[in-house]
Design a protein around this ligand. Sequence first.
Ligand code: HEM
Length: 523
Amino acid sequence: MRMKGLPGPPHSYLFGHLRLFLKLSRRMPKGAHLHAMPNLVKQEYPELGAYFYLDPWPIAHQMLVVSDAEMMNQFTVQRSLPKHPVTNGLIQWLGGPGNMVTSEGAKWKKWRSAFSPCFSASHLMSLVPAIVDECVTFCDTLTEKAKKKELFRIERAATKLTVDVIGKVTLNTSFNTQKGQNPLVESISATVAWLSVGGLLGTLAFLDLRQPVMLRYHTWKMNTYVGNLLEECFATRHSRGRSKAVVDLALDAFLKEEAKGTAAEAKKLDPEFREAAISNIKVFVVAGHDTTSSLIVYSYYHLAKNPSILARVRDELNEVFGSDPSAIEAQLHTDPHLLNKLHYTLAVIREVLRFRSPASTVRLGQKDFFLRDPLSNAVLPTEDFMLWPAPPAMHMSPRYWPDPYVFDPNRHLSARSTGVSGQDETVRNKTKDFWIAFSKGPRNCIGQELAVLEVKIVLAMTLRRFDFIPAFDEVNKLRGDGTGYPSETQGPFELFGDEAYQVFLGTTKPREGMPMRLKLREQ
Ligand code: HEM
């Protein structure tokens, strides 16, 4: 009844859009991420406009898919509606009380304000040497794989790197997952696995009585681990001099806001801050590792498929860092601001994110809130609907992006951004209204500067050392490697003509973990 008269594909009173969903899912390769669904719906019903309602209940919530930039602004920028409860499940368990992703109102504001300055571009520059050190370990791993001519899933190596970088940046410590096991990461994986008990909807979870016990055990394990590191970081805050981790700055901001003095004067860690910091550090790991590693490996993929673009990135790296790739670590230690000169590399990163956004926001519609179509002035009800500005729909819309399925970093460059330093803003501004990889408004991604900075460093340190050769046709050789990827050999293996489509594996991942072979380049 709620769907009556609303724009969308033909709707059945009895089945909603279930039959459409089932029909379209058959066109998707096994495991493909459901965020491709809006584009399949549009392919099936080309007459649909920039927004439409879908009713796949009980597979998913009734939703309003929006691919109009101005309409997205109405519920993320002009008024930031609360996040949809669907965000809660996993994050609530992993994050706990005070975590920024799922909290709302004054609580969210308090912790967002405390942590925001820590992720500013200017502060992150001081952490470049620490990030570079973690990338050296990553390069060593890649060199070993290249020398052995080994086939491997590069997503796994990239994810370990991104976890270690978050440890360095937030707590000034290495989680060391690139060199061994880590209790935090093990418990995050175990929590994801235990939350998956009972199928997609968790309806059969009650059959496994171990689930609540195991979830509590892993929460205790994660909290103890992060809590100890936090105490250690607090204890060494004076001796570390200028090197400030995220929690150092956040503690300063918190104490100032609460008029409790300064971190330097504090004798012990404030208990309220301690609890929120544990929650948010866990959430930074969860929100920041898969997303960033996916950006790294898809950058390798798109560059391998587009040799002329790769050549231009390598030229830019040679121009900025000179022609000896082995000098780069020292250069980044002494002058991290060189990274600001990588305009074309930044455009590549933004284009990869246009193709492969790993995350999106979903908001809960309200009784008193109506969306307005700027073209027709139509007014749309939102109460109880999940409002979804789907990145694949917005990022592949020909309205904003001519030839959307062509990989072209030039879309993000303005005529003026020709390598003059300080032009990064121009790179951003050209597409800022309809490029939504980090969402928009006050609840946009707090870690976006870190993610882009880290990926710039990784690309700068690896692209001139290695050739990356995607190897999906060899995936059967990786079967049973314990990574959780299926090594499927029975197709179809294409979605919109793309072999490297995103899959759902707890979070968004590149298909099969992006099988690769590497070659060391001639110096
Ligand atoms: C390429 C990498 C990344 C992408 C594409 C990405 C994307 C996003 C998106 C789309 C949102 C909005 C989600 C929502 O509204 O529910 C978000 C929020 C968030 N992200 Fe990221 N993210 C990335 C990396 C990171 C990193 C490295 C961190 C932290 C270290 C991080 C921490 C967060 C947090 C805490 C939020 C919630 C912010 C709030 O609600 O106030 N993300 N991210």
